[in-house]
Design a protein around this ligand. Structure first.
Ligand code: NAD
Length: 250
């Protein structure tokens, strides 16, 4: 097994969720030394924190609402101080919007998706830039979505807020390339998680049918995130890597 994260310090947001927890396990399996698990739902971090803490990794569980920019600044600064540096940030926190057409959406529905998915990612990039630029090499991996590249009816706030992440990734990559910070994104297709709770079985089956390789799993995305977070991708920046089981092919 690779040890490419040995002696590295990584922050994962949304770490209590399906993808965040799986990425955290992946980093642990590749030797990460210091892992900061951040989630708005701090109580839900218990199981993953206990599991990885038993593996002789320095695991810190942190309550973080990514819509709180000051809170994100503070988390990144405290992490860099505690462990001496920061090597990677994985911005996995995210929410879906109500399953509704545009004329039935409230302004609050629209703003909530942007607050978490887009502004939350902006806060993460900004926090890393404020603390780490010109100080160390850092890789930021944003979790966008294939819906940020293809149009989905009934999901305008989610799609648009993820498209913003794709473009923000490019702008941030350009701004910080000369200051040691790489910024990339992954655009997953669908892997069933809490985000799909309440969707009827027929709706899920219809979504799966649009993926030539069928539904993915969080593990299918974690490998791509680990690549972008690691030095293996040291000459890659501003890229949005589609990992979607062929969803976007037609
Ligand atoms: N599941 C999919 O099919 C899919 C597809 C494409 C992209 N994504 C993206 O992958 C990421 C992870 O999704 P998942 O499927 O693991 O969902 P999940 O619901 O299992 O995990 C999301 C996590 O984010 C946390 N979170 C939500 N709002 C937050 C906030 N304001 N601050 C901090 N934490 C917050 C939640 O508490 C949860 O633990 C999301 O960004 C999602 O949009 C998921």
């Amino acid at each position: 097994m690779s040890t490419r994260f040995e002696s590295k310090t990584v922050i994962v947001t949304g770490a209590a969720g399906a993808l965040g927890a799986t990425v955290s396990r992946r980093l642990a399996s590749e030797g990460v030394s210091n892992l900061v698990l951040a989630d708005m739902n701090a109580a839900a971090l218990g199981p993953i924190s206990d599991e990885l803490g038993a593996a002789e990794i320095n695991v810190v569980a942190e309550a973080l609402d990514v819509t709180d920019g000051d809170g994100f600044d503070s988390l990144v600064a405290r992490t860099a101080e505690r462990f001496g540096t920061l090597d990677a940030l994985v911005n996995s926190a995210g929410i879906v919007s109500p399953n509704a057409r545009i004329h039935n959406l409230s302004t609050a529905d629209w703003e909530r998706s942007f607050a978490v998915n887009s502004t939350g990612t902006f806060h993460g990039i900004r926090a890393v830039a404020r603390t780490m630029r010109k100080r160390a090499t850092v890789s930021i991996v944003n979790v966008a979505s294939v819906s940020g590249m293809t149009a989905w009816a009934y999901a305008a706030p989610y799609c648009a807020s993820k498209a913003a992440v794709v473009h923000l990734t490019r702008v941030a990559a350009l701004e910080y390339a000369k200051e040691g910070i790489r910024v990339n994104a992954v655009c997953p297709g669908t892997f069933p998680s809490a985000l799909h709770e309440g969707l009827p079985a027929e709706a899920l089956a219809a979504i799966e049918a649009k993926h030539p390789l069928g539904f993915g799993t969080p593990d299918d995305i974690a490998g791509a995130i680990a690549y972008l977070a690691s030095d293996d991708s040291r000459w890659v920046t501003g890229h949005s890597l589609v990992v979607d089981g062929g969803y976007s092919l037609p």
